[in-house]
Design a binder for this molecule. Structure first.
Ligand code: TGC
Ligand code: FAD
Length: 396
């Protein structure tokens, strides 16, 4: 059983949004209600990504939504954030798909790519006709991607790539992989800078294998990538990429969207718990919502979701004004995912035994949020990023 979502606007924030922002939110919410909610529990149970949703999401302009031109919707960052919020109210896996395609594949092509690369990839990625993935993490280097061992050796007019990437969303269905590797150039013997490369996944030596056995993000595909002597033309280097800063700039875009997305997951859990608590009766025929301890949990969720909304809206306005620092984005990602995970745990408790079943969306959100807490910089890595910003001392 699931309850129809009632919306969440405790602080009367809706007048703070423009008409266009509210239209984007309504359109995405309707899409999720009509296309995601009816199928998502089955997809999660079967460990299946609902690929049939990719073309309609392309038509709605969800891919590369905050980019201009190349068939992209040219949304503001607040509008893009609201899309992420609504998608993640459906499922973190769906938001992940859009995050990777938009922030981690289209954004680096848009920002670091040549005109030829942009023309070749961006329109097809925007329509969802092509799918991309982002290969930064390696088996031995997760929180510390600067230690990566994947190499790109320049030989004549080609680069030859070797290495392993791990935990790569969409890896096994991608047409193109944005691979981050350390360049070995005979002409520049001391150079080992991290650069980005566009690797067509059909190239010999490129293999992707799906990672099974996940209890989280089961409606999303996660893969390991192996690159063994993969030859690519030198023109596949992203010419504007330079050093670890480049992939970290992509992560800022994705982390910003996750900050909003986590609010959506928390709203789904809170709304389910509230409706359940009003209907469920225990002791003297009274709804459990009449008990103080249940109310305390609901009030915690309302407080924290409201604060998270204010935080993401403010960071979004800063981003639209061009003044958001990566520390602001870390603050939003860290706080909002923590808040959503705590909300999911409280909401699960309110549903008692029913809370552990997939008759309700809470346990699925809770399991998904464990991944969201880890990827794009773990909760603790964002603590250290903020600690470094405040003190000027890196404590990694
Ligand atoms: P560090 O020396 O601090 O920095 C290297 C250069 O980058 C600059 N920088 C940033 N620039 C832009 N945005 C940021 N967020 C930046 N953070 C740092 C920095 O100023 C420096 O610039 P320059 O000019 O001096 O060269 O680098 P470090 O090696 O000490 O590492 C810093 C640390 C730990 C914060 C970083 O490595 C980190 O963020 N680690 C977490 C890794 C991570 O988040 N991985 C995510 C992989 S992708 C993923 O999870 C996708 S999930 C997909 C889905 O949504 O489904
Ligand atoms: P580790 O880095 O080994 O960390 C383990 C623990 O140690 C954590 O608690 C961490 O906080 C802690 N820790 C590490 N260093 C320190 C320190 N200096 N001080 C204190 N504590 C520390 N990556 C991609 O590149 N592309 C993708 O598309 C992608 N998709 C993903 C999808 C899923 C479902 C998941 C789960 C991960 C995905 N990732 C992806 C990888 C993700 O970014 C990494 O898992 C994440 O960065 C953490 O790395 P790790 O798992 O190796 O953990």
């Amino acid at each position: 059983m699931s309850f129809k979502f009632q919306g969440f606007d405790f602080l009367h924030l809706d007048p703070s949004f423009t008409e266009d922002e509210l239209l984007v939110r309504r359109t995405t919410r309707d899409f999720v209600e009509d296309n995601v909610i009816p199928i998502i529990e089955a997809c999660f149970r079967e460990g299946r990504f609902p690929r049939q949703l990719v073309p309609p999401m392309g038509e709605l302009g969800f891919f590369g939504a905050n980019l201009e031109g190349y068939g992209c919707a040219g949304m503001s960052n607040v509008e893009y954030g609201l899309v992420m919020q609504e998608l993640e109210r459906g499922d973190s896996g769906l938001r992940s798909f859009v995050s990777v395609q938009s922030a981690l594949v289209m954004y680096p092509i848009y920002t670091f790519g040549s005109d030829e690369q942009k023309d070749a990839w961006l329109p097809a990625l925007a329509r969802g006709e092509k799918i991309g993935c982002f290969g930064l993490t390696e088996p031995g280097f997760g929180s510390n991607p600067g230690g990566m061992t994947t190499t790109a050796r320049k030989v004549g007019g080609e680069y030859i790539l070797n290495g392993e990437k791990m935990w790569i969303t969409n890896g096994s269905i991608a047409d193109v992989a944005v691979i981050w590797a350390k360049v070995q150039d005979e002409a520049v013997p001391t150079g080992s800078a991290v650069r980005g490369f566009l690797v067509e996944t059909a190239r010999p030596g490129f293999h992707a294998h799906e990672i099974h056995g996940k209890w989280s993000l089961r409606a999303s595909l996660t893969s390991g990538l192996s690159l063994q002597d993969v030859h690519i033309p030198a023109a596949n280097l992203l010419p504007g990429s330079s050093g670890l800063k480049s992939p970290l700039m992509c992560l800022n875009q994705a982390r910003y969207g996750i900050g909003w997305g986590a609010i959506g997951a928390a709203m789904a859990c809170y709304d389910t718990a509230l409706q359940y608590a009003r209907a469920r009766k225990q002791f003297h025929g009274q709804p459990i919502a009449s008990h103080q301890l249940i109310q305390q949990k609901l009030v915690w969720m309302v407080s924290e979701i409201s604060k998270a909304q204010l935080l993401s809206l403010h960071v979004g306005r800063l981003k639209d004004a061009g003044t958001a620092g990566h520390e602001h984005i870390s603050l939003a990602k860290r706080n909002n995912v923590w808040m959503a995970l705590e909300s999911a745990r409280m909401a699960r408790d309110i549903l008692g035994a029913n809370g552990i079943t997939d008759d309700y969306p809470i346990m699925r959100h809770m399991m998904n949020l464990e991944s969201v807490n880890t990827y794009e910089g773990t909760h603790d890595i964002h603590t250290l990023i903020l600690g470094q910003h405040i003190t000027g001392i890196a404590a990694y």
